[in-house]
Ligand binder design. Structure first.
Ligand SMILES: Cc1cc2nc3c(=O)[nH]c(=O)nc-3n(C[C@H](O)[C@H](O)[C@H](O)COP(=O)(O)OP(=O)(O)OC[C@H]3O[C@@H](n4cnc5c(N)ncnc54)[C@H](O)[C@@H]3O)c2cc1C
Length: 380
């Protein structure tokens, strides 16, 4: 067991941190207020290898490990959780699904453009009536000759209106339950596919979240992704990996909130001394620093196991559950330590507080993570 990062990993952390500080930090509030995702950032993110973090070099990817993926997402989230969410969804959901289950022709066709940042990836599982119970989806795909015809709509899709490539899950055989769901890769601009309502959100506002509607959308048969009927089962594997990314995002967000609180507590004076001199503040800082380290270890352990080819259903859910919940606490304490200044937009505290709530909801709520963990413990 070796808890030290390699030199290469330390360099990676420094590089992504410097990038986030220089290119993202100055615009965080402006993008948040206008709900603007900065497409202009994509070439720069791609130059750093962040649009194809874990994908093989033969498709233009950076071939980094899952642990390194965590470092990248963490460092983005420390500065802007919304940008981190978008990069996690692009890498960890859409691109990952194609890389894991696509055939060679599909990988050659879609991966290079995704990892070069020419298009953003979207991934559509959730529907208005099917969230935690995603297998109850209503969107259908019916085979007609050499095409599949998609009908239905997907809700809360990250990059639903700005994504260039989308992986979408649809029912191909209703009689088979979750074994009758298949995945398709669909390009933006395909007739019959359109973005619906763009959500106006509490937090993560720079990350686009929109409905996607399919009306007699004809998708060529070669765009079926993976085996027919395996779409939902494959989705669970994609989420095992994706949840490690949301855990890393939570750790990064918590770190950012903690650092903001630490810095402020040394500057803000009351009763003739910095508020950091008060034990009540020190205990908050100590508890958060400890919880963040614990969450980071759980997250890296899940990533380490994934890098060694293990199935990480339990470890991914444990990391996601714990890291997301301690991040909520870190953001809450950050506001509290800032007092009234934590409630106004001149300080970063209120944004962490708004952004953080997503991490206990997206890619499976905390309740669903507990359910997954319990099923693993009980061997169900
Ligand atoms: C900003 C954002 C981005 C998103 N991006 C994507 C995306 O890119 N692609 C995508 O497919 N989806 C995306 N989602 C959807 C997200 O994954 C779902 O919102 C999430 O899975 C919860 O589903 P729901 O909102 O329908 O809540 P529901 O499933 O309706 O849950 C409501 C409440 O009931 C609880 N609950 C439900 N079932 C159980 C149970 N069995 N036991 C105990 N409690 C239960 C939940 O935990 C929750 O507290 C995104 C959501 C947001 C907000």
């Amino acid at each position: 067991m070796d808890f030290r990062p390699t030199e290469q990993q330390e360099l990676l952390r420094r590089t992504v941190r410097e990038f986030a500080e220089a290119e993202i930090r100055p615009h965080v509030m402006e993008w948040d207020e206008s709900q603007h995702f900065p497409m202009e950032l994509l070439p720069k993110l791609a130059d750093l290898g962040l649009m194809g973090i874990q994908f093989p070099e033969e498709y233009g990817g950076s071939a980094m490990s899952a642990v390194e993926y965590c470092i990248c997402i963490e460092e983005l989230a420390r500065v802007c959780p919304a940008i981190a969410l978008s990069i996690a969804a692009h890498n960890g959901l859409c691109t990952s699904h194609i890389a894991m289950f696509g055939n060679e022709a599909q990988k050659n066709r879609f991966l290079p453009r995704l990892v070069r940042g020419e298009v953003l990836g979207a991934w559509g599982l959730t529907e208005a009536g099917a969230g935690s119970d995603a297998a109850s989806m209503r969107t259908t795909a019916a085979r007609q000759g050499q095409c599949w015809v998609l009908n239905g709509s997907k809700s809360f899709i990250t990059h639903g209106s700005i994504g260039g490539v989308m992986v979408v899950m649809a029912v191909t055989d209703r009689t088979k339950g979750h074994r009758g769901i298949s995945a398709f890769v669909v390009e933006h601009g395909t007739p019959g596919m359109r973005a619906g309502k763009k959500e106006s959100k509490l937090g993560m506002r720079a990350s686009d979240t929109s409905e996607v509607v399919f009306e007699d959308c004809r998708v060529p048969a070669e765009q079926l992704l993976g085996q027919e009927g395996q779409g939902f089962i494959n989705t669970l594997q994609v989420l095992d990996a994706g949840r490690i990314g949301i855990a890393a995002l939570s750790v990064g967000l918590a770190q950012g909130a903690y650092e903001a609180a630490l810095g402020y507590s040394k500057e803000r004076r009351q009763f003739g001394q910095p508020i950091a001199a008060f034990q009540a503040i020190q205990w908050k800082l100590a508890d958060n620093a400890t919880r963040i380290e614990a969450a980071r270890l759980l997250t890296y352990r899940a990533a380490y196991l994934k890098d060694r080819g293990a199935r990480t259903t339990r470890e991914s859910s444990m990391a996601k559950l714990f890291a997301s919940e301690i991040a909520v606490k870190a953001a809450d304490d950050c506001v509290q330590i800032h007092g009234g200044y934590g409630f106004v937009k001149d300080y970063p505290a209120e944004k962490y507080f708004r952004d953080v709530k997503l991490v206990t909801i997206g890619e499976g709520t905390s309740e669903i993570q507990r359910l997954v963990i319990a099923r693993q413990l009980l061997g169900q």
